[in-house]
Design a protein around this ligand. Structure first.
Ligand code: SD4
Length: 333
């Protein structure tokens, strides 16, 4: 099933797929579904790729690199590039929905097993921010570059400038302008960010996160996706985590760093994702109005995924199988 259809078919508010694990501010009450159990309670054999949402082409591209003995860093870059190049995906790369002034602005970051980080924010006219983020990490003395400076740097590294506003996204923006109300239809329009975690056969972990951010955001707005510790965090001794959803809430709780630190203290990836979602829920009376989803892996090849609302999923390619799993979620009411 295509990602958007999957998201629409499991729209926010409908009930049921799984019996849940409730986690608020650190308390856990385990009651997992059978589908969650079969995937969440055993470590996968390495190599392994896991990504947010239903992105089989992206996980396949990443797994291909790992299968051929490539590094987790190369794998995550290649995987993320697949979604960036997909003009139909309206939250990543080309075809991303613009800000309210009509600019497509992209955010991305990448981390390698050595703990190095590179990121770009508010990048325009360049289709592959994940690769520019890698160049920032590898070719500059900096870790984070923004706007026109990042664009100039990308061009100097050989990235072509191109128009990222597709006809479909321009049409959607013009329609939005009629009322110009900023009310993101959470879980449908704004949650195709790809966050990906890869572990190579030696157990070395890398991660990437790339997005066009929230549709019709204010010009200049940057979300969690390119920010270390929020949209993504890797500690090769422990594991990694990445986020999708309302970036403002992920930023306020430094979600991906939190998950890795919880795993360091002994939580499984699943428990850590649930606790990080619990942290957001416990701090927001209006948690029913927005979605956040996390995925995580640990060094053993165990995975976890969890969200506030139904509709989130994770794609996992391991042991020769490329599968999409609906995520368990907090809001069962
Ligand atoms: C952001 N977290 O910019 C991103 C949005 C997202 O799919 O996940 N979009 O807040």
């Amino acid at each position: 099933m295509k990602r958007r259809n999957f998201i629409q078919n499991t729209a926010l508010g409908s009930l049921g797929v799984v019996a849940g694990t409730k986690a608020i501010a650190g308390t856990h009450e385990q009651a997992k579904s059978s589908s969650a159990e079969s995937q969440l309670d055993k470590p996968y054999k390495l190599p392994l790729v896991i990504a947010t949402w239903n992105v089989p082409n992206a996980t396949e591209a990443a797994y291909e690199v790992l299968k051929n003995g490539g590094s987790s860093l190369d794998a995550v870059e290649q995987g993320c590039r697949v979604e960036e190049a997909n003009a139909e995906g309206q939250s990543v790369g080309i075809g991303g929905l613009p800000d309210r002034d009509g600019n497509v602005t992209l955010d991305a970051c990448i981390m390698n097993p050595q703990g190095d980080y590179g990121a770009v924010v508010y990048l325009q006219n360049i289709k592959h921010p994940i690769s520019v983020a890698r160049k920032v990490m590898e070719e500059t003395p900096h870790v984070l570059m923004a706007g026109s400076g990042a664009e100039k740097f990308a061009v100097s590294q050989g990235f072509p400038r191109e128009n990222l506003l597709t006809e479909a996204s321009e049409k959607a923006w013009k329609q939005w302008l009629v009322e110009a109300q900023y009310k993101p239809i959470i879980n449908i329009e704004n949650h195709d960010t790809i966050g990906m975690l890869t572990i190579d056969k030696n157990g070395d972990i890398a991660g990437g996160c790339t997005t066009s951010g929230l549709a019709y955001k204010m010009a200049g707005r940057v979300g969690d996706s390119p920010i270390i510790g929020s949209g993504l965090f890797i500690d090769n001794e422990i594991g990694g985590a990445t986020a999708t959803g309302l970036g403002e809430e992920v930023l306020k709780t430094v979600g991906s760093f939190l998950i890795v630190e919880l795993m360091r203290q002994g939580r499984s990836p699943q428990q850590a994702c649930e606790e990080a979602i619990g942290r957001i829920v416990s701090k927001n009376k209006n948690y029913k109005d927005f979605q956040v989803g996390y995925i995580a892996v640990n060094k053993k090849g165990e995975v976890g995924y969890y969200s506030i609302h139904e509709g989130f999923s994770a794609t996992c390619y391991a042991e020769g199988k490329n599968e999409n799993f609906p995520s368990d979620f907090f809001n069962k009411s």
